[in-house]
Each structure stands twice: as C-alpha cells, then as structure tokens.
Design a protein around this ligand. Structure first.
Ligand SMILES: NC(=O)c1ccc[n+]([C@@H]2O[C@H](COP(=O)([O-])OP(=O)(O)OC[C@H]3O[C@@H](n4cnc5c(N)ncnc54)[C@H](OP(=O)(O)O)[C@@H]3O)[C@@H](O)[C@H]2O)c1
Length: 368
C-alpha cells in the first residue's frame, strides 16, 4: 500500500480524505503549518474529531509534521524529510489560500503559486521512483470563458479581467507550473480540478461555509437582524452551480490513489448542476425572509437591505450568472461505476442547507 503525504491536511476536503484513508488502513503523513497557539497535532486532531462527529481516535497510521510551505525543504529537518519520502508516495498538494479579494493578491499568489512551485521542488528532490504528485486545483481556473472547459492545460492569462478573481488566476498559473515540470523534468504530475465542494449527499451534514454556504450564512444573518422582509438579489435564477458532494470527492480521490496510469488532468465536477432558483427557494423555506432573484437589479435601485446583501455577495455574486460547461472525458473513463449520476440532487442540496442553517442557529448570537 502506498504512503499518502498531504499538505493542507486540516482543510475541508483534505481532512475528509484523510479520515477515509485511515479507515482503509493507509499510512498518512500530514504536513501542517504552525498557525496559532495549538500544536499541529492538536489542530489536526480537532478537525478530524469535528468532521467525524466525535468518532475519530488518534491513529498511529497518521503522522503529523509541522512544515512551512514556501521555505527551503519546507523547513523540515533533512532526516525527517528523507524518512517521509523513503517509500513510494502519492503526494497531494491541497494547501491553498481561498481568498479572492484584490488586497490579498500577494498572499494568494505566494500560497497558491510559489507554494506549488516549492512543493514540486521538495517532491522532485526527495520522492522515490513510482511516486506521484497531485495538485488540487479548481474547475474555475477556466476563468470567464464561455467555452467547454476541457481536461487540458490552458495558457496563462495575465489579464485579471479574464478571471472572476485572483484565486482563479493563481490556480491557472499553478497548473501551468505543473505542466512545465511534466514536460521538462518528467514530473509524474496530475491536476485535480474540483468544482464547488459541498456537504455529504447521503446525510446532509455540511461542515463548510464556502460558496453557496457563505451566501446562506449572509442571508441567515440578514433574516435574523431584519426578519420577514422581501429582498431582491442580483442573481440569475436559471443560472447554475456545479456542486460536488464531499463524499463523492472522497470516493474519487480514493479511486485515484488506487489506480495506475491516471490521466494528467481530471475535471472532478458534477454531471448534474443545481439552479440558483432552487437554492433561493430553499432559503426562503428555511428562513424568515423572501429573496427575489432579479438579474437586472442595479445598485442605484437597491434599498438599504438589498445593499447589505449585495456587499456580502462580493465573492458569491461573481458566480451567480454562470452556466459553465466542463468536459469530463477523463473523469468518465476513470469512474465508470459511479457516473453519470454523481451530483447532489435538489433534495440533497436542500438537506445540506437545512443542516447548515440549523448549525448556525445553535450558535447564533443576535447582532444588536
Ligand atoms: N472547497 C471547495 O469548494 C474547493 C473548490 C475547488 C477547489 N478547491 C481546492 O481544494 C483545496 C482544498 O480546499 P478546501 O476547501 O479544503 O480549503 P480549506 O479548508 O480552506 O483548507 C486550506 C488548507 O490550506 C492551508 N493553507 C492555507 N494557506 C497556507 C500557507 N500559507 N501555508 C501552508 N498551508 C496553508 C490551510 O492551513 P491553515 O488551517 O493553517 O490555514 C488549510 O489546511 C484547495 O487547493 C482549493 O483551492 C476547493
């Protein structure tokens, strides 16, 4: 059985993957940065306990090391580094800044571009033959293009107007670093492009506040401060979100670790999309608010509540008019068993929103 090395292991996607790996008896090495007062072990174990609903018990199959993403050899002592890569390894680069705003550009680029470059350097120096490098990217590295997004590398585009934000652009740049090392140094590299990762499609359990849940959280706050109002939001109800359930992502990642001869790029996306109109209707059912999607709503025509909502949508708003088409030829070839019905359906999305809102309610302190 291969060893799995993961950076950014305490993040939403990686931590779910790790739980499954441990469940299946894989040996996992988690590289986690020092951040805050807790030790790396405490941070990792807290997340695993939280996402497993308290079932996780520290396992000797999981080793946790502190590292520094952009430092020479990750600032890991040479002996430890040698040991980490001493056997065939699948190395997963999950670490990323998921910020998007212009003022965080430097942090986004250093983490998402220099971080990948350095990871490749460390991997190439130390990994034994037979090891593989996986960079976790985003399906939205497609930027604002309206064409079918294929499972190929696309050229860098320096013009930020071609993307919705710096996060997307940074991922495009990082993918091309992988491309360069594959062609120049024969890096055994793979790119996994995720669409928006949501909760568990079987149970509704949702432990992320990204994407549509960030939107749901803002609607929740507004509806509690100013209940029973009708609020127009600049959203196209017919446009769609590509949502992929965390359990589906974990199944796919497990399948990839267990498969030889993988394609270089996989668009790990849903075949089934969910309309914005459904998400809005779900929130209208779950919260004391009536949201009305209005694709033509201009800032000048907004009332004070609509303006608060609009400001809160500075990130999600960029994804409220999209109908992006993703090619899944490589995904289809790999995962014939579970496709084509791989997306959470409307009922599952409703249950995720319900779970998420109930979790918010339990912790809710009214804002005065
Ligand atoms: N979630 C999605 O819907 C989605 C969609 C498409 C692609 N992706 C990609 O999937 C991957 C995982 O996403 P996620 O949602 O699980 O992210 P997440 O929960 O925000 O986790 C991000 C991870 O990266 C680490 N990290 C951030 N900055 C770092 C730095 N400077 N040095 C070292 N580690 C750093 C974080 O560590 P700290 O805890 O110390 O900050 C955390 O472990 C990312 O590459 C993301 O771009 C996610």
């Amino acid at each position: 059985m291969k060893r799995i090395v993961i950076n950014g292991p305490n993040g939403y996607v990686a931590s779910h993957f790790i739980l499954e790996l441990l469940e299946r008896n894989y040996e996992v090495i988690a590289l986690i940065r020092r951040n805050g007062e807790c030790t790396p072990e405490e941070r990792m174990n807290t997340v695993l306990t939280e996402i497993s609903g308290g079932r996780y018990r520290p396992s000797e199959k999981l080793r946790i090391y502190a590292y520094s993403l952009v430092e020479e050899n990750f600032s890991i002592p040479p002996k430890q580094l040698k040991e980490i890569f001493s056997v065939e390894t699948d190395y997963f680069h999950f670490a990323a800044s998921l910020k998007y705003d212009a003022k965080s550009k430097e942090e986004i680029f250093v983490t998402n571009i220099s971080g990948v470059e350095n990871s490749i350097r460390v991997f190439s120096r130390h990994a034994v033959p037979g090891s593989r490098f996986f960079m976790v990217s985003t399906a939205y590295s497609c930027g604002r293009s309206n064409e079918l997004f294929k499972e190929v590398f696309y050229e860098n585009n320096e013009d930020i107007a071609a993307f919705r934000n710096y996060y997307e652009q940074s991922k495009r740049f990082a993918e091309n670093i992988i491309a360069k090392h594959i062609s120049k140094d024969h890096l055994p590299g793979h790119v996994i492009r995720l669409s928006q990762v949501v909760g568990d499609s079987r149970t509704g359990v949702t432990k992320t506040c990204y994407g549509i849940f960030d939107f749901a959280r803002r609607v929740y706050n507004l509806s509690h401060r100013y209940p029973d109002r009708t609020i127009r939001v600049r959203i196209d109800p017919d446009a769609t979100q590509n949502l992929i359930a965390i359990n589906t992502v974990v199944d796919y990642l497990m399948c990839m670790t267990e498969t030889a001869g993988l394609p270089t790029i996989v668009n790990m996306v849903s075949k089934k999309t969910v309309q914005n109109g459904h998400i809005i209707e779900s929130l209208n059912r779950l919260l004391p608010i009536r949201l009305v999607p209005d694709n033509t709503l201009e800032p000048a025509a907004m009332n004070v509540y609509e303006r608060i909502m609009s400001i809160g949508m500075s990130f999600t708003g960029a994804y409220s008019q999209t109908n992006i088409l993703f090619d899944t030829t490589n995904l289809d070839a790999l995962f014939t068993v579970s496709l084509p019905d791989n997306g959470p359906d409307e009922t599952a999305v409703f249950r995720m929103l319900q779970y998420f809102i109930e979790s918010l309610s339990k912790n809710y302190t009214p804002v005065r």
